[in-house]
Design a protein around this ligand. Structure first.
Ligand code: BG6
Length: 448
């Protein structure tokens, strides 16, 4: 019992959030590089220009990962770093960075897991309409081919796209993330369809060209409701709500993306909401989009609570525990989300992200004590273990994040890392949670 023997233990990051070197060695601009200059966007006008300076400190960072006992490291490739215009010209220096990083990981016995797209879309292609452009799936395919040609002799684990819910929902729906567009429903559907076609073309390319047999998935996030009580009705209601959506919430839902990818068609609700916009779907595209995947990657942080007219949303109550991000702490979501996703999509569940932000600081003894992170992670992992023991295939767990980093519109105050980063000096300090996690990894979660 407990976690499977080959359970994948690791931690995650994303290029724009840690690398810095934003215009070094031939890197092109991405939409986040451009957006961060917008007055008032980020509390103190912070940027990812330097971030954790991982671009220069990656060797030290990999040594630190080794010290944490990580077996896997999930990171993303910056598309505009390796292809400054998104298509066409290749930036060899950019590829050199990832080649060196991967070599360093392998030398330290850490398995690399590559995410192809974690939000910093090439600005040159944004000027051509970004994901609105019919050519966007082919742009992504071209980029994927270049990455696969250079890195697939050593990379086995691939994640195509991180959280389409967030970069489309916030970037093109609510318009509070770059590229700051509030798209009509018709436009929203077009975007979803293009992103899924891009994902599918990338999967095909990885399958057909990877030098080492690949293991492929994507990393969506999505709402999960937990039952309000122990009854069968509550369980069924939570299950339904976890996959249903209305027009305001469509872009943030699970099933709008996952149903076509894993079940071969958009959910009925999509046809109702987007109406004639769905006429763009060609039958051959549905079979393309549903390329077989090896796992369901899931970024899981909290349970979505249904808004009510007045007062607290369902699942919330006065003073309910929250993280500094304002996210309710609901460990049970780490049981119910994998369970519901596994039942519906029947693929092993890989937790591609989970973690908690804190306002960590260096204590008088020179250490960073973060007992709340240990407690949070322990509670969530116990729920994941319960899911595994009840028959849900859980493949692994990537903690978000390996080190403190640029938390998008929130800047640097919210620290998600297992390692503390002193942004003044660049110094890293392993937090208590990193040492605790190391033991969890060593004992395959037996000590939880
Ligand atoms: C990640 C981001 O993909 O999602 C993190 O890169 C972030 O920085 C996390 O905290 C948040 O997930 P969600 O699902 O709440 O948007």
């Amino acid at each position: 019992m407990g976690f499977p023997k080959d359970f994948m233990w690791g931690a995650a990051s994303a290029a724009y959030q840690i690398e810095g070197a934003y215009r070094e060695d031939g890197k092109g601009p991405g939409i986040w590089d451009v957006a961060v200059g917008k007055p008032g966007l980020i509390p103190f006008g912070e940027t990812g220009n330097v971030a954790c300076d991982h671009y220069h400190r990656f060797r030290e960072d990999v040594a630190m990962m080794k010290e944490m006992g990580l077996k896997y490291y999930r990171f993303s490739i910056s598309w505009p770093r390796v292809m400054p215009n998104g298509v066409g010209e290749i930036n060899q220096k950019g590829f050199e960075f990832y080649t060196n990083l991967i070599d360093e990981l392998i030398a330290k016995g850490i398995e690399p897991m590559v995410t192809l797209f974690h939000w910093n879309f090439p600005y040159a292609l944004q000027k051509k309409g970004g994901w609105f452009n019919d050519a966007s799936p082919d742009w992504f395919a071209e980029y994927t081919k270049q990455v696969v040609d250079r890195l697939s002799d050593r990379v086995k684990y691939w994640i195509t796209i991180n959280e389409p819910q967030v970069f489309l929902g916030s970037g093109y729906g609510r318009g509070n993330f770059p590229p700051f567009i509030t798209g009509s429903l018709t436009e929203q559907f077009l975007l979803v369809h293009h992103v899924l076609l891009a994902h599918a073309k990338a999967v095909q390319i990885i399958r057909n060209h990877a030098k080492v047999t690949p293991i492929i998935g994507m990393a969506p996030t999505g709402p999960c409701f937990v039952p309000e009580d122990d009854s069968e009705e509550a369980l069924e209601r939570a299950r339904q709500e976890s996959f249903d959506f209305d027009k305001d919430f469509a872009l943030f839902s699970n099933s709008l993306y996952a149903d076509p990818v894993f079940l071969g068609d958009y959910p009925d609700r999509a046809y109702e909401i987007f109406e004639e916009a769905t006429n763009i779907i060609k039958p051959a595209e549905l079979s393309l989009i549903s390329q077989p995947l090896d796992f369901y990657g899931a970024n899981i942080y909290y349970s979505l609570a249904k808004p009510v007219e007045a007062g607290y949303p369902a699942n919330c109550y006065q003073g309910n525990p929250k993280t500094p991000m304002g996210w309710p702490i609901v460990p049970e979501v780490m049981y119910y989300a994998p369970k519901f996703l596994y039942e519906r999509y029947k693929k092993p569940i890989l937790i591609t992200e989970n973690g908690i932000a804190g306002f960590d600081f260096v204590h008088m003894d020179g250490k960073v004590h973060d007992p709340y992170r240990i407690d949070y992670t322990r509670r969530y992992l116990l729920q994941l273990k319960k899911a595994a023991e009840e028959g849900v295939e859980v493949a692994g767990y990537m903690h978000w994040s390996v080190m403190d980093n640029f938390e998008w519109l929130q800047g640097y105050d919210k620290r998600f890392g297992l390692a503390y980063v002193d942004y003044q000096t660049g110094r890293r300090i392993l937090k208590d949670s990193a040492y605790w996690y190391k033991e969890v990894i060593e004992r395959n979660g037996e000590n939880l």
